[in-house]
Every structure is written in C-alpha cells, then in structure tokens.
Design a protein around this ligand. Structure first.
Ligand code: G6P
Length: 362
C-alpha cells in the first residue's frame, strides 16, 4: 500500500498534491475558446428550467453551496441547496421548472440517492455530478457529468471537492451561455480564469512548510472558527469539516458577518480563527469582521494574499485577480493545515475514527 502513496505520508497528502493535475483533466475538452461544452449534456436540458435545486451530503454539500453563489451571480438562475437527509423528510414543494442536481463523489450515498428518487417521482429533470461512472446516482439521473478526479482513498475528501467545484463553476457558465446572462468579455474572463485553476492549485513548498509550523501550535487550540463571506463561507465550512474529521478538534465554519450574532461570545486567545480574506470580493467587510474578533482577543490566522497587520499569524497566498482563484489557493492551504495538525496529533489521517468513505445506509 505504501508504494501507492508514491512517497507521500498519507493518501490524503498525495491527493492534495494531485489536485492540479486532476483539475486539468476536469477542464479538458470542456473549456473551449468561446465557451463551455459538455458532451454529456443535451442542449435542451435547461429548456423551461427557472430554478436549480442542488442536493448533497458532507463535502459535496459544500461544493453545492459554493456553486449556488455562482449560479445566481453568473447565470442569473435561482438556486437553492439542500442537505439530502433533510430534503428527504421535509415534504418539499417541487415544481417541474426546477432542475434537480445531485452531487456525490461516490454516487452511492444513500440519502442523496433517495432524494434523487424523490425528485424523479415528482417528475423533475435530474442531473448528477459524480466521480464514479456507472454508480447508482449516475445510473438513476437523466444526465450526469463526471468530475474525473480519479480514485480518492483518503476518507477526508480533497480532490473530489476541488473537481466538483470546477464542474459546477463550468456548469454555471454553461447556463449563463444558454441564458445569455454574461457578455462576451465577462464570459471570456471566466474562461480565462478557469484555465488558471490548475496552476494556482499546485502546492507551493513555502505554504506547505508554513502550515507545518503553524500546526505545532494550533494542535493545542481549544476550538477553531473558520470564517469567510460569499463563496468563502462554504469554503470555511469545508475547512472546518476537514479539520474536525481528521484532527478531532472542535471547529466550526461561519459566515464572517454572522459571528456577532452569537459565536463571538466564545472568542479568547485559545480560540483560533482561520480567516479567509479575499482581496477580490468583500475585502473591507471581511476585514472588519476580523477586527471585531481580534478586539475580543481571538487568535487570528489570516489566509490571504493581503498582509493584514492585525493578524497573529499568516498563510500568505500569491496575489491573483479573481475570487475563484483565491478560493482554490485557500482551499489547498486549509487542507494542508488540517492535515498537518492531524499528523502532529499522530492520527490516522486516511482512516479517521467513526467515519466511512461512502455512507450507503441511512
Ligand atoms: C461521507 C464521506 C464524506 C463525503 C460524504 C458524501 O460522509 O466521509 O467525505 O463528503 O460521505 O459522500 P458523496 O460520495 O455522496 O460525495
């Protein structure tokens, strides 16, 4: 088994490092000069559709939540996101102008599969985004797009998430083309940015080293807040999930602007705040949320290309000119931080306690 790890300490580490390559596969043949193309999709898929309902569990849910910002911003299409285990029993009102979009790495998660069956029974068009061809969810949905992440062994999902977000971003542009919601220049800018994603996802030694150094202190944290706004809020949820899955430390993801409505009461120097500070989106707003936390003595680690002088610690990212590139830079930084903390705690990073790679029972 260790041979397959190709020198990496854990599959999770190997999979974090593979992300740039698998993302290039995800984009291949889909990001063309003039637009997005999905061979898998029928041109009429979005005819009569005025809303997208995304449904998933765990990390896939975070990818879905990320894309809900993109669908509304870029494609100007209403989108809602559901946790599959909730959706199943909430007696949802479903109308046929809604496309049901299931997201699942494995394609076998019981709750997501059952939610998909419900949508089908209600007569909705269904689409899935999966990493495993011929999986149950792929077979059941009307159409599906494969993420091409390759087999993911680490229980804590990394490269599957990276590729799900890429497919969803491309899909939002695909819908934007259909709905003509972006002008040529805006679409070109998005396509250009997408092509940069594999480059910015290559792991930089300096950043990995920095997370190793931070891990030595952060493993003593009483608790962690990951905060961000807009797409960085789902990324904060995902960063917190990664950390709790493999380190067993208490971590919560929060929308930065929501901290003042309760969670800030927990702030003290032993509480580490991992702040995802974008320079391209809601910079001032997020910075002022960080200031509020700093004023209450939380220890702040600023994950950003901006050197925020009031932060206690930094993970400094290369500058870039699009918030989704910052998203991918922050994604790898928070994955590495979670992994390094878990390794320092001598946990089995690939097989964390109580968790399964795929949950095929309710
Ligand atoms: C399990 C895994 C998670 C995963 C979730 C959903 O809980 O441990 O990593 O995100 O299932 O899995 P899916 O295969 O549907 O994406």
């Amino acid at each position: 088994l260790s041979a397959q790890k190709e020198g990496y300490r854990f599959f999770m580490e190997k999979e974090i490092y593979e992300q740039a390559d698998v993302l290039a596969d995800t984009l291949r043949g889909r990001v063309l000069d003039t637009g997005i193309e999905f061979d898998e999709l029928d041109e009429n898929l979005f005819d009569g559709i005025s809303e997208i309902k995304l449904c998933a569990c765990g990390t896939s849910y975070h990818a879905a939540l990320t894309s809900s910002y993109l669908f509304e911003r870029l494609a100007k299409i209403k989108s809602s996101v559901e946790i599959a285990s909730e959706f199943r029993y909430k007696e949802p009102l479903l109308t046929k102008d809604t496309l049901f979009l299931a997201i699942s790495q494995s394609g076998e998660t019981a709750d997501t599969l059952e939610a998909l069956k419900m949508a089908k029974q209600a007569g909705l068009k269904t689409l899935s985004i999966c990493n495993v061809d011929n999986s149950s969810i792929v077979r059941l949905s009307d159409a599906s797009i494969l993420t091409r992440a390759g087999i993911e062994k680490g229980v804590a999902s990394t490269k599957a998430f990276a590729t799900q977000v890429a497919v969803l971003w491309m899909l939002s542009l695909y819908v934007a083309q259909f709905k003509k919601s972006l002008d040529t220049k805006e679409l070109q800018n998005e396509l250009h940015t997408l092509r940069e994603v594999p480059n910015v996802t290559v792991i930089k030694d300096a950043i990995h080293e920095k997370t190793k150094r931070l891990a030595k202190r952060y493993l003593h944290g009483h608790g962690f807040f990951f905060i961000g706004r807009d797409v960085f809020y789902p990324l904060a949820l995902e960063g917190a999930l990664k950390l709790k899955e493999i380190s067993y430390l208490h971590a919560e993801g929060y929308p930065a602007g929501e901290m003042k409505h309760g969670p800030i009461a927990l702030a003290d120097p032993e509480l580490f705040t991992i702040a995802l500070l974008s320079e391209n989106l809601l910079f001032e707003k997020t910075k002022s949320n960080m200031e509020e936390l700093g004023a209450r003595d939380s220890t702040i680690c600023c994950v950003s290309s901006y050197m925020y002088d009031k932060a206690d610690d930094f993970i400094v990212l290369p500058k870039c000119n699009h918030y989704m590139l910052e998203f991918y830079e922050m994604m790898t930084a928070t994955q590495l931080l979670a992994m390094e903390i878990a390794i320092k705690l001598e946990n089995d990073v690939d097989m964390p306690r109580n968790l399964a790679k795929s949950v095929t029972v309710e």
